[in-house]
Design a protein around this ligand. Structure first.
Ligand code: ADP
Ligand code: MG
Length: 504
């Protein structure tokens, strides 16, 4: 085996990002690494390329244990990486980029002629017809990516890691890239391919490994897997055995009532096709779909993060004007986005400050909330949500993921929205906190708040949702209610490709 990873483990602040993961890569294979956001793909790659240092486990390359300390060390060992964002310098020429760090010299001076010759040699066989003395930035992203691959292969030459390489390429460019990848595979390179485009994965790869929540779920030959089984692995529900679904909450009384919000034809080009959505009082609506399907984009349109080009949102009193998150908050909406670190919380502020800020924003800055009242309310939330902390003054950044998420919830609850959107509310938190957050969602809705929850975990949606909307290829394609909400139905709706639907 070219590369063997055994029992790789990596934790961040007590959160396990990789949990005894095994992975192997053969020479001459393209191996897909799949999993929803937060599954651990990037962490695994960073451990391989020396960007992170593993806590435990071993990495063996050509029979020798390695522990790269930096990307350049990994490169010297034979492991090269190309990211979606090309990590080269657009203002240098193609030749300079290719030979960067090992420029040919004559009498101590960079030898431009030899450099060009070297560069042309490195690009041989890649099918590019380009001028290596032009600036890299003058070429398309696809060409730049192939140049980045050529550099990585020349420097490393054993393992090539492609992390979401096709995200910004058009169909023709993807073909071009795939031709290059196939040729390198045939020359004996081992290639790890990270992508959330399943069609591409089925077309290009020889084997697939699925990660979920830091664990390896399965490694199989691509030819032996079909979309339904693959998606089941990714979203965490096998089709056989629906045990545990008895935990579903009863739906009576919520879905039938008058909606508190009616969305009609809401859409934006290249984001989400126009959709209708009603939200009822005290209801939990789940949004199911794969990464990139249009789940988060739906939430962004509803909350005014992105401008809807078509459609309306109304409540009992008529149309609402929502063109920004500020409008959405004023209309009584809340949105706890997926990435707590960048959007949700302010890491240096304390628990008290985070919650107080939200309340203050709601009531206007003209009437400051007295400190004693802040303390009382914050203590109340810490108790109600069981936030584990040594005290209210602790900076959020020092809490565990689960407790951070509870503070995010507390902030929104303090603003008392009528409609709260939660994007992946349990991502990256431990099992105990996971169950508590689901329980909280139930409690909040019992008091009349309505929730839209986006989740990559079927179990989670099945446990809390009154209705599940399935999103696929940027469109809302199915709605399941009550008894229909079983993983089998959700996975099938996600897995059906457009082509199959036309045939049916
Ligand atoms: P993927 O690439 O599959 O989306 P990641 O490897 O980026 O997943 O993340 C796995 C988990 O590790 C996530 O819960 C993420 O929040 C966490 N994580 C990744 N990098 C860091 C970091 N530098 N600090 C803290 N947590 C991290
Ligand atoms: Mg990643």
């Amino acid at each position: 085996m070219l590369l063997e990873i055994e029992s790789l483990t990596k934790t961040f602040l007590g959160m396990t990002a990789l949990d005894h993961v095994n992975f192997e890569l053969a020479a001459g294979e393209v191996h897909a690494l799949l999993g929803e956001n937060g599954a651990g793909k990037s962490t695994l790659i960073k451990c391989l390329t020396g960007a992170y240092h593993r806590d435990a486990g071993s990495i063996t390359l050509n029979g020798a244990q390695i522990s790269p300390r930096s990307t350049s060390e990994a490169q010297e060992l034979g492991i090269g990486t190309v990211y979606q964002e090309v990590n080269l310098l657009p203002n240098l020429t193609v030749a300079q980029n290719l030979t960067f760090g090992r420029e040919p010299r004559r009498f101590g001076v960079i030898d431009n002629r030899t450099m060009k010759i070297d560069a042309l040699k490195m690009l041989e066989g890649y099918g590019l017809d380009i001028d290596v003395s032009r600036d890299l930035g003058t070429y398309s992203v696809a060409v730049q990516q192939i140049i980045a691959i050529a550099r990585a292969v020349a420097l490393s030459g054993k393992v090539l890691i492609l992390d979401e390489p096709t995200a910004s390429l058009d169909t023709r460019e993807v073909r071009m890239l795939f031709d290059v990848v196939r040729r390198l595979r045939d020359e004996g390179l081992g290639i790890i391919f990270v992508s959330h485009f399943l069609d591409q994965v089925f077309e290009l790869t020889d084997r697939i490994t699925v990660l979920r929540n830091g664990r390896k779920i399965v490694t199989e030959k691509t030819a032996d897997l079909d979309r339904i089984r693959l998606i089941s692995h990714m979203l965490g529900r096998e089709l056989e055995g629906e045990e545990g679904e008895g935990a579903r909450r009863p739906t009576e009384g919520r879905v039938g009532a008058e909606p508190i919000l009616t969305m009609r034809g809401l859409g934006r080009k290249n984001m989400v096709e126009p959709f209708d959505l009603d939200i009822h009082k005290g209801e939990v609506v789940g949004l199911a779909g794969l990464l990139g399907s249009g789940r988060t984009e739906t939430a962004q349109l509803v909350f005014g993060v992105r401008h809807a080009q078509t459609g309306t949102i109304s409540d009992q009193n008529g149309p609402l004007k929502i063109t920004s998150p500020r409008d959405a908050i004023a209309a009584g909406f809340g949105f706890a986005p997926e990435d707590r670190k960048t959007d949700g919380i302010i890491a240096d502020l304390s628990i008290r400050e985070n919650i107080a800020l939200a309340m203050q924003a709601r009531r206007g800055w003209a009437r400051p909330i007295p400190r004693a009242e802040q303390d009382r309310i914050v203590a109340d939330y810490i108790e109600k949500l069981d936030i584990r902390t040594s005290g209210p003054e602790k900076p959020i950044g020092e809490l565990s993921g689960g407790n951070q998420q509870k503070v995010v919830l507390a902030r929104w609850l303090a603003m008392n929205p009528r409609f709260l959107i939660l994007d992946e509310p349990t991502r990256g938190i431990d099992v105990g906190a996971h169950a508590e957050i689901l329980h909280l969602i139930q409690e909040i809705t019992a008091e009349g708040m309505s929730i839209l929850v986006i989740s990559s975990e079927l179990d989670e949606l099945i446990a809390v949702a009154d209705r599940v909307i399935v999103v696929r290829d940027r469109a809302h394609v199915a709605e399941l209610v009550g008894e229909e909400i079983v993983s089998d139905n959700i996975v099938r709706a996600i897995a059906t490709s457009k082509k199959q639907e036309e045939v049916a």
